[in-house]
Design a protein around this ligand. Structure first.
Ligand code: KIV
Length: 278
């Protein structure tokens, strides 16, 4: 059985921490799922770590649907959340609804995520009332990077901290089932977490959140161009992959690969006959 929204909410009530990871393809989703992670985010961070863009802004609905389908095929138990890309939920209510519907109906996700607070509250309310579970996302919202002026912590001054607390409440009232807090100071994240009945999932938001989310490439050491302050590396896969590729190249050059073990045989008479014909 797949993890449900109710089970995620119960984890907060039981004070059980909620681990969440991103995944962007079938194989990774399968491994994350088999490890028992209950929530998988197909983040628009795929624009940077999978597609090589400088930000998440160029990511399209087509990119997201393509990757979400693959993740859903790989994850049999986790609840899969599809990240709505830049400007796919701002322009009109009907546009937001039809884009969110594609994540659920076409890609097979169980929920969508939207960045923003008060400005997206009405969209959240409409999606939830139509039966589409929504995860909110406030603090550092990468789709607003030009407005924010860079990847930096949010909510450090009184006015911003109060605004974030208020936006979290607004999203909860609008029906969001959980809220990502990105790069908010740990004491503020803890306060928001205490004030909400729905789970907070932090990324660079300290230990006081109900759960934590990380970009899979950061914890696996796969994407080394930029490693955020909030990431901890649990493996060095980029180095391992480069080593494996170097070993393969060296074996091909020295004829150590392939051997008879990796080759197919045939009846020797046939080959002798072909040789004699020329
Ligand atoms: O796109 C993403 O991976 C995200 C997480 C950083 C929360 O939104």
């Amino acid at each position: 059985m797949r993890t449900t929204i109710a089970e995620i909410k119960q984890m907060k009530q039981r004070q059980e921490k909620i681990p969440m990871l991103t995944a962007y393809d079938y194989v990774t989703a399968m491994m994350v799922d088999e490890a028992g992670v209950p929530l998988i985010l197909v983040g628009d961070s795929l624009g940077m770590v999978m597609l090589g863009y400088e930000s998440t802004i160029p990511v399209t609905m087509e990119d997201m649907i393509h990757h979400t389908k693959a993740v859903v095929r790989g994850a049999k138990k986790a609840l899969v959340v599809g990240d709505m890309p830049f400007m796919t939920y701002h322009i009109s209510h009907s546009g937001s609804l039809s884009n969110a519907t594609r994540f659920i109906q076409e890609a097979g996700a169980q929920a969508v995520k939207l960045e923003g607070g008060e400005v997206v509250a009405e969209q959240v309310r409409r999606l939830v009332s139509c039966g589409i579970p929504v995860m909110g996302h406030i603090g550092l919202t990468p789709q607003s990077i030009h407005q924010l002026g860079g990847f930096k912590a949010q909510g450090k001054v009184t006015q911003d901290a109060r605004r974030l607390l208020n936006e979290a409440r607004i999203l909860e009232q609008a029906g969001a089932f959980a809220i990502v807090l990105e790069c908010t100071p740990a004491p503020l994240s803890r306060l928001i977490t205490e004030r909400l009945t729905i789970p907070t999932i932090g990324i660079g938001a300290g230990p006081g959140c109900d759960g934590q989310v990380q970009v899979i490439s950061d914890i696996l050491g796969l994407y080394t161009d930029f490693v955020p302050k909030h990431a901890r590396r649990y493996a060095s896969l980029a180095a391992e992959i480069k080593n494996a590729v170097a070993g393969y190249m060296s074996d091909v050059s020295s004829l150590a690969f392939p051997t008879t073990e990796q080759s197919y045989t045939m009846d020797e008479d046939i080959i002798r006959q072909l040789e004699s014909e020329s």
